[in-house]
Ligand binder design. Structure first.
Ligand code: FE
Length: 435
């Protein structure tokens, strides 16, 4: 058991939807960057491995943020309540001017370092991040995230129409720059992901070229889909031959089964879109806060899950205002209640409602999104991505059950309560004052 170690504490995870496994005074054993198992007493072969005793603190799988714009971190919290405007108002006022600043690589270095440092003090261990159209700045983000020990995907954004000054590329440029970037390959645990921003900002020709690159390099793909009703109208105007929005990506070969595909939002699927999401094995990145904020609506997450469509959660910074995935878990529960209320004929019959449970939403944030990397659970063989959390700051009562403590931790904790974080078995963060 050379190189193995154990973390001892209150171990909790969701091997299945809607059910926490919680084991007190238990050992979570790491062997070769993977979970070996959760044990009440250490097996004979593990008797001599180092044990980090965390007492009654919780040890949880790290969260996976499936949709976050690292390049929007510098204006996170702004533009949360635009009084009126068209679909592009927020982009023109906030996103595009800010993203164009990343052509200054010293600015990119500073801002992406701030992003990574902030992310370190959250439960997130893996992410699917958007950079900007600037290839060099995208590589800077990959190096910084890898340097802090994170794993996941980073995308150089593609835009060859309908975007702000300093971001627009020609079709040829966007494809050539993407190929040059893909040739660099992964940086540590950070791999490239092909990232057409969305159909309105990519020509059909650019999308088709990216589809060919995704197949050639076997690279995953991420984009946005059916986020706003006015966005969907714009997509129809741009290409009246489309039966549904997702068909723009499907025609371009971007939804191939050769590589994973993550689509953010998916709030307003038509029946055709719903079946394409399912038949192409698309993973939905559910971003409850930004959806409620922008359209007052919520994605049909329970319908997706019932249909066997994979769902993870995303913070959608800077459309969303927090990097902390525990907030997103709670918002996903709220969003499911709002959706139930506006889709049912009998909102007064609360006992009938179909909404996300706490373990159900936690599952989406961990094992749901973690399916991309075989992480997010403590079953044997999963990547050892774990976070240690301290709930001693909260007003406690001795008779609280572990479930009640966990519920309060997920709904109330913040960066102060993160004690330690492990990614692929390596400790990437330890709170000041901890050993
Ligand atoms: Fe987004």
């Amino acid at each position: 058991m050379e190189g193995s170690f154990a973390v001892k504490g209150t171990i909790a995870f969701t091997a299945q939807r809607d059910k926490f496994t919680i084991v007190e005074n238990a050992y979570l054993v790491c062997q070769g960057q993977r979970v070996a198992g959760v044990y009440q007493t250490l097996p004979a072969a593990c008797q001599k491995i180092p044990v980090l005793d965390m007492g009654a603190r919780f040890v949880l799988p790290g969260t996976c943020d499936l949709h976050v714009h690292a390049s929007q971190f510098a204006f996170q919290g702004m533009g949360q309540n635009i009084e009126n405007g068209k679909w592009n108002t927020w982009f023109d006022r906030y996103a595009f001017p800010d993203e164009s600043r990343f052509q200054n690589h010293a600015y990119a270095e500073r801002t992406y370092t701030d992003f990574a440092k902030a992310l370190l003090k959250t439960p997130t261990t893996r992410l699917c991040a958007y950079a900007t159209t600037d290839r060099v700045a995208t590589e800077i983000l990959m190096h910084i995230l890898a340097g802090y020990g994170f794993a996941g995907y980073v995308g150089k954004v593609n835009m060859d129409r309908n975007c702000g000054d300093g971001l627009l590329e020609t079709t040829q440029e966007t494809l050539e720059e993407t190929r040059r970037w893909l040739d660099q390959g992964a940086v540590g645990g950070i791999e490239p992901i092909i990232t057409p921003r969305y159909f309105p900002s990519c020509t059909t020709e650019a999308l088709a070229g990216l589809g060919r690159l995704a197949e050639e390099y076997r690279t995953p793909v991420q984009s946005h889909l059916s986020e706003g009703l006015d966005e969907i109208e714009w997509v129809k105007e741009l290409d009246p031959t489309l039966d549904c929005y997702i068909q723009a990506y499907d025609r371009a070969g971007l939804l191939s089964p050769v590589h994973p595909v993550i689509m953010a939002h998916c709030v307003f699927p038509t029946p055709e879109e719903f079946s394409l999401l399912r038949s192409r094995n698309v993973i939905v990145a559910h971003c409850p806060q930004s959806n409620l904020n922008s359209s007052g609506r919520a994605a049909p997450v329970i319908d997706y899950l019932d249909a066997g469509i994979a769902v993870g959660l995303g913070t959608d910074v800077g459309g969303g205002n927090t990097l902390h995935m525990f907030r997103t878990i709670f918002e996903a529960i709220l969003a499911s209640k709002v959706r139930w209320a506006y889709t049912t004929d009998h909102p007064e019959q609360i006992s009938d409602r179909q909404v996300l449970t706490l373990p159900g939403a936690f599952y989406l944030a961990t094992k749901g999104g973690g399916a991309l990397w075989h992480t997010g659970s403590f079953e044997p063989g999963y990547c050892f991505d774990a976070v240690v959390l301290d709930d001693s700051r909260f007003c406690q009562r001795a008779d609280r059950t572990p479930y009640e403590r966990l519920e309060r931790l997920i709904t109330m904790s913040d960066d102060r309560d993160i004690v330690a974080k492990y990614i692929n078995g390596s400790c990437v963060y330890m709170r000041e004052g901890e050993k």
